[in-house]
Design a protein around this ligand. Structure first.
Ligand SMILES: Nc1ncnc2c1ncn2[C@@H]1O[C@H](COP(=O)(O)OP(=O)(O)O)[C@@H](O)[C@H]1O
Ligand SMILES: [Mg+2]
Length: 609
């Protein structure tokens, strides 16, 4: 499921897309419709100025008196009065239009933000439950782009554009109304030319889709690049990779420039062409209009109104043109968004899952095969039984599959064939949540979230009591450290907080695991990245965590391995030896003995114990 490769195939299925977005729009329907209702008079008011020109020309400039009857009252307006009334009327209408514009803008911003948020909530919710392999395969940049960028474009855009479209349409209709009122013949020519001018818009849809997809991928690459610059800043400094990062950034940014330029080259002729067609229309109208005035079929005022309307019409029509191209982009974004909605986590609960409530007998691996990539087995026909409260050390060459093996227990990945059972029931029969709830894990590098030390520890069990928390801190040998901190356990970690040393981080992670108090404990090279001194204290913390638990421990330290009940040697995905230290060391030419000779013996000589 590589997201780069999905290219919004759905972006032309308009009906399907609208039916998918509709549930998000529905809750805000009332406000959206209200916005549209406001948009109608707001659009129509564009015609007022143009319309005002007719009486202005005919009565003010033509120095005529305007007379009419309302409810049997005869009203006379002199040309002087008219000269005052009309400009004021124009201003008054502008004020009304301004108020409507504000209300309309407020409503559409409000609804579009709300809809975007709802889409983002649902999308993010799906993201957090995706299986680990999904995160392995997709870079952070692509994920950020697709999960946070597209929804904004898709749902905010749809309301924005609909709003612009309605105001433009009604703006155009108002002006066309004035034109028809002035002269239907001229209006007919004007509208006909307008329709012709629109043809090119329809032709550029596909190009926009391609460019938008390319830009999405590039945007993702750039975000990944920034993420990597951030996370890898030390490696970058140490190996002088700044120029490399810079080159890549420039390359991608330039690529985006190229995409946009090629899009413009292929679609930029549209607007000038529309202008050209429109100028033909204006030329025809001017000629024909002069003829109509000279043959007394039209007043100069009507003509002025008409020409003003025609010129004013350009704006809403142009906006409509832009909206139509903009909407293409929105549909492309929507296509991508709903593609994500259809991605399902590959690791999920079976039907009617059972709750795992603690461990009674043991954990068994039966002929387990596993592969990350089709055809490349990483675990091969592995059979192993670990009974309750046993500590199993896992050793073997690097890349042999040790981490993979332990990651299969909480179902970070599902096995290809065979089965893993807890108390004789396949782990796929348990609910994921209960399965994982029964496992505490500590890795080589443990992620601590932005927040206080307490927050990070309490993640192990948010319902833990103060006593349990204090015990976990003590058992993880964190007491001393916390005492020395200015804010104690409430000290902030991460982004703008305290940075912990490797050993301190591990102990916070151990306290977290301790608080969870799960019957199964998995330790994957938890002390590997530490110096001897920190290792010793983390080791003590780990010993506390391991007490009375069923433990899988991947370690490189001989003392840890020796203390385990049994040792499993994993080589190239196969379980090659299994037994106690004494048993394995005595296998002639055994794998464990080789490991012992090259790795462990040295430790034994260097550090006693
Ligand atoms: N997420 C992954 N996607 C694809 N291959 C992986 C992934 N994680 C590990 N591997 C591969 O699986 C093999 C076993 O890796 P791992 O279990 O980490 O070994 P160990 O922990 O024994 O050093 C290695 O060849 C490694 O490249
Ligand atoms: Mg490993």
């Amino acid at each position: 499921m590589k997201l780069n490769n999905t290219t919004a195939q759905n972006s032309f299925k308009y009906g399907w897309l609208l039916s998918r977005i509709f549930p998000y729009i529905k809750p805000y329907m009332f406000r959206i419709i209200l916005g549209f209702i406001i948009a109608v008079p707001f659009g129509l008011l564009d015609g007022v100025t143009a319309f005002a020109l007719k009486p202005y020309m005919d009565y003010v400039i033509g120095a005529k008196t305007f007379e009419f009857d309302i409810l049997n009252i005869h009203i006379t307006i002199t040309s002087i009065q008219m000269a005052v009334i009309i400009p004021f009327a124009v201003i008054l209408f502008a004020v009304v239009q301004g108020v409507l514009r504000y209300l309309n803008g407020y409503l559409s911003t409000w609804t579009s933000q709300k809809i975007t948020n709802d889409v983002k909530y649902d999308l993010f919710y799906r993201l957090i439950y995706m299986h680990p392999q999904f995160f392995d395969e997709n870079s952070s940049g692509v994920i950020i782009q697709r999960y946070m960028g597209d929804p904004g474009t898709a749902s905010a855009g749809i309301v924005e554009q609909l709003k612009t479209m309605t105001t433009s349409i009604f703006g155009a209709l108002g002006l066309i109304g004035v034109m028809i009122y002035s002269s239907w013949k001229l209006a007919f020519i004007g509208v006909l030319v307008l329709c012709i001018a629109f043809v090119p818009v329809v032709l550029i849809r596909k190009r926009i889709k391609e460019a938008s997809n390319r830009n999405m991928v590039i945007g993702g690459n750039i975000t990944t690049n920034i993420n990597e610059t951030y996370s890898g800043n030390k490696v970058m400094a140490a190996y002088s990779l700044q120029e490399r990062q810079y080159e890549y950034f420039k390359e991608q940014t330039h690529e985006s420039f190229n995409v946009n330029m090629s899009l413009y080259k292929r679609s930029g002729w549209m607007s000038p062409l529309m202008y050209l067609i429109a100028s033909f229309g204006i030329a025809i109208v001017l000629g024909y209009g002069t003829y109509l005035i000279n043959s007394n079929q039209m007043t100069a005022g009507s003509f002025a109104s008409f020409v003003t309307s025609l010129l004013l019409l350009y704006k809403p029509v142009k906006t409509l043109g832009n909206t139509l191209t903009g909407i293409q982009g929105i549909f492309v974004a929507m296509g991508r968004v709903f593609e994500l909605f259809d991605l399902e986590s590959e690791i999920k609960d079976c039907e009617n899952p059972i709750e795992l409530k603690g461990l009674n007998n043991g954990i068994s691996f039966e002929h387990v095969d596993f592969e990350y990539i089709e055809g490349h087995k990483v675990i091969k026909d592995l059979t192993l039984y670990v009974k309750k409260n046993e500590t199993l050390a896992i050793v073997g060459n690097s890349g042999g599959g040790k981490s993979t093996l332990v990651n299969l227990i909480p179902r970070f990945y599902d096995i290809k064939s065979g089965s893993i059972k807890i108390d004789d029931i396949d782990i796929r029969r348990y609910s994921l949540e209960s399965l994982r709830h029964n496992i505490s894990m500590v890795f080589q590098d443990n992620f601590l979230y932005t927040g206080t030390i307490k927050d990070n520890i309490m993640m192990g069990n948010p319902n833990a009591s103060q006593e349990e928390l204090e015990y976990a801190i003590k058992a993880a040998h964190l007491e001393e450290m916390i005492k020395e901190l200015p804010d104690g356990i409430e000290t902030m970690l991460g982004e703008r907080g305290l940075t912990l040393s490797g050993g301190q981080r591990q102990r916070v992670a151990i306290a977290r695991a301790m608080l969870r108090n799960a019957p199964i404990v998995i330790l994957d090279e938890a002390t590997s990245a530490l110096d001897n001194e920190s290792e010793a204290i983390v080791q003590k913390a780990m010993d506390n965590l391991m007490q009375n638990k069923t433990v899988f421990i991947i370690a490189h330290r001989l003392s840890t391995i020796k203390n385990a009940d049994r040792i499993a040697v994993i080589n190239e995905g196969e379980l090659v030896e299994l037994g106690t230290h004494e048993e394995l060391i005595n296998i002639k030419d055994g794998q464990y003995k080789v490991l012992y000779d090259v790795q462990f013996k040295k430790q034994e000589e260097m550090i006693p114990g």
